[in-house]
Design a protein around this ligand. Structure first.
Ligand code: GLA
Length: 725
């Protein structure tokens, strides 16, 4: 049994294969957190201590007892109004402005299977169990259900919160977090993944100090600036040793994650919705669901934590036909020709692709309305047949005739002021009456909080996708939300959240209507790289930055939470369009093969030598893809600190491994560098596929492998190892 309830003590134990999460509804009906960590089969209420502490309030019903304070006790769902002055997980405002809640435990339910969240992405698993904990504030008339999902196979606990107004008056949710994790003591670091457009998910590790460390987004997307993922690691934790917790939000909109070290040196991590632009009105009998948070714990360092998260994403977040499939090698037209193409150019690119073994051609931005630059036509999803010189049906046929699949780019959430849609329906854009809207890429955001708008866009996009044999869609989103206002709503505090529900609604309808399609998410590259999107699109364009050296760092940061199968990674032209840097074809290939692999350049302009290299790369990728996309992942260096970037993937049976490395700094008479491999079977021998050299698995992991220096900038190494039978 994954969930065990001790009736006498009212203790709930949630067990995965290697972890235990424990809480207790105490005699005062408060829900206290007891433990999260390595699997333990005992009950741990003894850990709670009670003292009279100055300026920490005591619940009224405890009479003269001054030793009980929620300001010091570990909790599952702390709210304002209980005498706990730390970071709250929830804030509710009554119509008169009062914000004091007193949530007490009223009961529980254990169910087989995993709960769903209406309209929201959530982990799915047949083997899971669900625990519902019911809390209520009688005075306000609000019921809160804490939902816990237990996924034993990947050591993940999921959490969400359902709030129902059972009172007579409307209430306003001013804050709602999905998860709170209280730790009574410890010396911890917090790892966050910050960045900017074209340089996402840099890893930052800082010590948890008194006060609050906060990350988040108020942009309406999860954003380039902070990924909705945090790791709390015991000080000294490395890739292979030490305790660490990972918490991720399965949500694509504004979010906030925070870590607080309180006055008693206790730690509280809270993850959930962001408060800016959020004041959700709940009328009597209405219900609200918080997005899901997923939590995982590893006693053996960060690499295990990442592999647990990767397993979760691959098996229990991603869905659809391509969830377990090797993705086709693609070529994308964006960096090949930007807006400057016609049907002939697309067919030529397809012909080049076919000759080199590329399997899918993606026609990126510029095929609709009158769009020849990024100032017009968003919202007008009508094929520009004048520009293409033919219909979409004909174009897809011509591409398929070359032996290549066809993909297309869309940006459904947007509208250009210079578009027929905006001219007809200016009220469908998110903007505040009487205020000029803030522009982003000279475009506005459509009001997806209004179902009528979502319906209209669905019809348009679905009509396009029915016009030919289309196999892939890249779903882009190229600005942050700002002037939050929906013409379709009276109360504006719901818009930010309802917008995301509209996005998910459209994603769900389109992915259901076109089940054979491969969907790739994108938001100016990796501006919406989160588990919410991955529920609908099994891969996301990792970054608009295709520079191989920067990509090593971007993919390194991304790998802490997300498997390689989710990271779109392409070989592009040199000098690189984002950085001007020159790296050779091999290095670009080795780096891009750490993901869903493809090309993003004019294949026709390649030298014969590079064309031969491309053919080789595609051959290698086909051999290595099952290991890369489905295997366990090992970060062999931290490229923010080390002189080289290095990583490897090993398949489940430990029979095949793929190692990649790039030297980031070249010096005269450079020392050889040595890397200890990981994840192999020590008792096995492995043959280097290229050189035929046989190594002992144990030696490769204990002594390591020498990487001899080749002159030139950013030399790279790729080794495919097969176990010797
Ligand atoms: C965004 C994407 C790019 C490309 C352009 C097209 O920037 O991230 O890959 O699709 O839009 O306008």
């Amino acid at each position: 049994m994954a969930i065990i309830y001790n009736k006498e003590k009212r203790i709930f134990s949630l067990h995965t294969e290697h972890t235990t999460y424990q809480m207790m509804a105490d005699t005062h009906d408060y829900l206290l957190h007891l433990y999260y960590g390595k699997r333990l089969d005992s009950e741990m209420d003894y850990i709670l201590t009670y003292y009279d502490r100055g300026f920490s309030g005591n619940p009224y019903d405890l009479g003269n007892d001054r030793t009980y304070s929620l300001d010091a006790l570990p909790q599952e769902f702390p709210v304002l109004g209980t005498g706990d002055y730390r970071t709250t997980a929830g804030k509710i405002r009554e119509a008169n402005g009062c914000m004091a809640l007193d949530l007490r435990y009223t009961g529980y339910q254990i169910q087989d299977g995993k709960y769903d969240l209406p309209g929201l992405p959530a982990a799915h698993s047949e083997a899971a169990q669900t625990l519902c904990i019911y809390l209520k504030d009688e005075r306000v008339g609000v019921e809160v259900t804490l939902l816990y999902g237990v996924l034993p196979d990947c050591d993940v606990i999921t959490r969400s919160v359902k709030v129902t107004n059972v009172g007579k008056n409307e209430i306003y949710l001013e804050k709602l977090s999905s998860a709170c994790l209280d730790l009574l003591y410890g010396d911890y670091d917090v790892l966050t993944f910050y960045g900017r457009h074209a340089m996402e998910r840099n890893m930052q590790r800082t010590q948890v100090t008194h006060g609050r460390q906060v990350i988040g987004s108020n942009r309406g997307t999860s954003g380039h600036q902070y990924n909705p993922y945090m790791i709390l690691a015991e000080h000294g934790t490395t890739e292979t040793a030490g305790a660490c917790y990972g918490v991720s939000l399965v949500y694509s909109g504004s979010f906030e994650g925070s870590v607080e070290l309180d006055q008693f040196d206790q730690i509280r991590l809270v993850m959930g919705l962001q408060e800016d632009f959020f004041s959700y009105q709940l009328k009597p009998e209405q219900t609200f669901y918080a997005p899901e948070a997923v939590l995982s714990y590893s006693a053996y360092g960060m690499e295990q934590l990442s592999n647990q998260m990767h397993h979760l994403v691959r098996e229990h977040i991603c869905r659809g036909k391509y969830k377990d499939q090797i993705r086709p090698v693609l070529v994308n037209s964006w960096e090949a020709c930007y807006f400057d193409f016609n049907g002939e150019a697309i067919v030529n690119l397809a012909e080049q692709a076919a000759a080199l073994g590329v399997e899918l051609l993606v026609m990126d931005d510029g095929w609709f309305g009158t769009r020849d630059d990024d100032n017009s036509s968003l919202g007008d999803w009508i094929v520009n047949e004048d520009k293409l010189g033919c219909s979409l049906t004909e174009l897809t046929k011509r591409v398929h005739d070359k032996g290549v699949q066809f993909g297309i780019w869309i940006e459904p959430e947007m509208v250009s002021e210079n578009s027929d849609l905006y001219r007809k329906h200016p009220e469908w854009a998110i903007q505040v009456p009487g205020k000029h809207p803030v522009h982003g890429r000279n475009q506005l955001v459509l009001d997806f909080a209004n179902p009528e708008v979502v319906d209209h866009i669905y019809e348009q996009i679905a009509a396009v996708l029915r016009q030919g044999d289309i196999n892939y869609v890249k779903w882009d989103m190229n600005r942050s939300l700002c002037d939050i206002y929906s013409d379709s709503m009276v109360w504006q505090g719901n818009v930010m959240y309802d917008y995301i529900l509209g996005v998910y609604d459209l994603l769900e309808r389109l992915t259901q209507a076109f089940p054979d399609m491969l969907w790739e998410g994108c938001s100016g590259g990796g501006g919406r790289f989160d588990m919410g999107m991955l529920y609908y699109t099994p891969q996301i364009w990792c970054s608009d930055n295709t520079d191989a050296v920067d990509r090593i760092r971007i993919q390194y940061g991304t790998s802490f939470a997300y498997p390689l199968s989710t990271m779109g990674a392409h070989v592009s032209a040199v000098p690189n369009h984002q950085t001007g840097r020159v790296t050779d074809m091999k290095t670009r290939g080795v780096v891009a093969m750490t993901g869903a692999f493809g090309y993003e350049l004019d294949l026709g302009k390649l030298s014969e030598e590079d064309k031969t290299a491309v053919r080789e790369q595609i051959k290698t990728y086909h051999e290595a893809a099952p290991v890369i996309l489905k295997g366990d992942y090992y970060r062999l260096s931290n490229p923010f600190e080390a002189e080289y970037g290095a990583w490897m993937s090993v398949d489940e049976e430990k029979k095949h491994a793929v190692v990649g490395a790039v030297l980031l700094n070249t010096h005269g008479n450079h020392p050889v560098f040595y890397i200890r491999l990981r994840g192999l079977a020590p008792e096995r021998s492995y043959r280097d596929k290229k050189t035929g050299t046989v190594y002992s698995g144990a030696a490769l992991m204990e002594l390591g492998m020498p990487f001899t220096i080749v002159s030139g900038n950013y030399p790279s190494y790729q080794i495919l190892l097969d176990a010797v039978e």
